[in-house]
Design a binder for this molecule. Sequence first.
Ligand code: CO
Length: 441
Amino acid sequence: MNRRTFLQAALAAPLPLAAQTAESRAPRNIRITGVEVIVTNPEQSPMGNYVLVKIVTNQPGLIGWGDATCTGSDLAVAKMLEEHLAPGLIGQNPLQSEMLWKRIFYLPYYRSGSVHMSAVSGVDMALWDIKGKVAGLPVYELLGGKVRDSLLTYWSTGGRDFKQVEDGVRRFMSEGYKVVKVQVSAPGMEGGYAVPPTEKQRAAIQAAYEKGMPPDEVWEPESYVRILPRLFEHLRKTLGEDIGLLHDVHERITANQAVALAKTLEPYRLFFLEDLLPPENLDTFRLIRQQASTPLAMGEVYVGAWEGHSLVTEHLIDYVRHDLAHCGGITTGKKVAIAAEPYGILTAWHGPGNISPITHFANCHVSLSVPNFGIQEESRGWGPKVREVFSDFPAVKDGYVTIGDKPGLGVEVNESAARKYPYVRRLRPAIRRQDGTPWPY
Ligand code: CO
């Protein structure tokens, strides 16, 4: 289903060119005349629904694109935008991005949460895109300019055994990567986070998709926390000390296992250990910090600058990892980075393939402009149909990401291509323990 709303206001129609005057083009006279939402899934893939926001103005040709993608709630975000936020934007000056952020944050009264905040994030990015286009400058210039020319990056490899993981790391090292994220299957488990499933699990996932149901996945954490230190021992023995290695726990262990794991992994000097615990268990980070020096990263499911703020002010983590498509966009990203800087905490914005290239550009603009940048996760392997929909992609070379210097965010959407590829329902797995207890991600 393609969704499209075009809200027409009294002052909607762009001024005809003949009527354009210096006065009508003045920044103070720019107005938002429409907000359109497109939900597209170019590759028809399980995690590939993108919720795109287009903000239209009364200036001919002046539009902004944002990304409000929230995997697992895609259509809810689209409806939030169309029905509840867009009417509050019509007639407003798009250059007042800070004011408009607050305006649409308080608009629903029952605020925050991943649906609302993904919608706010999409609008925020589109407003920064417009701001850059009006200024004739890339967004990073408006955020303080480049602190560096390129961004250290990593990508992920997962295997069912140590040798598969080792081969994956070697492949990325041969492409120039300095840091690689490594994931391995837990013995006895059919699936796992970011690892290839067994044939049996693959068939179960496919059957669930065909029924439009969430796939079932059984997960027991104990064998996983036992095998993980052995993976890092193997990788350090075979690959040496120079390659940066990081790992994402994806919140799949208990609080006590998290403390033990962070301690046990110390000798292998990880780049960072990510998402050790759910945001519901932030207090446990205090226990971990007192006992282990393994660098910690946290934040991809946060929905605002306020979430996990005490992890920063108590210096309980080393990397803030907000997802700019869920936490409030570029405006929030810059604020989180500024709040973390006095503590020496670095940024590592979430950059998976299930957010659109627009967020990847937003990530890069903030990452380029903050002094306390750590690393930027950057997706790779965008398929041909995604490349048909989006005009540009951040470039990865020798383990670093760069973007161009076009005004705004630097990426446009081919709308007719986007509208060809409808939303598909592909639910995330429902993970449970062997006894049936629902379990985190
Ligand atoms: Co993660």
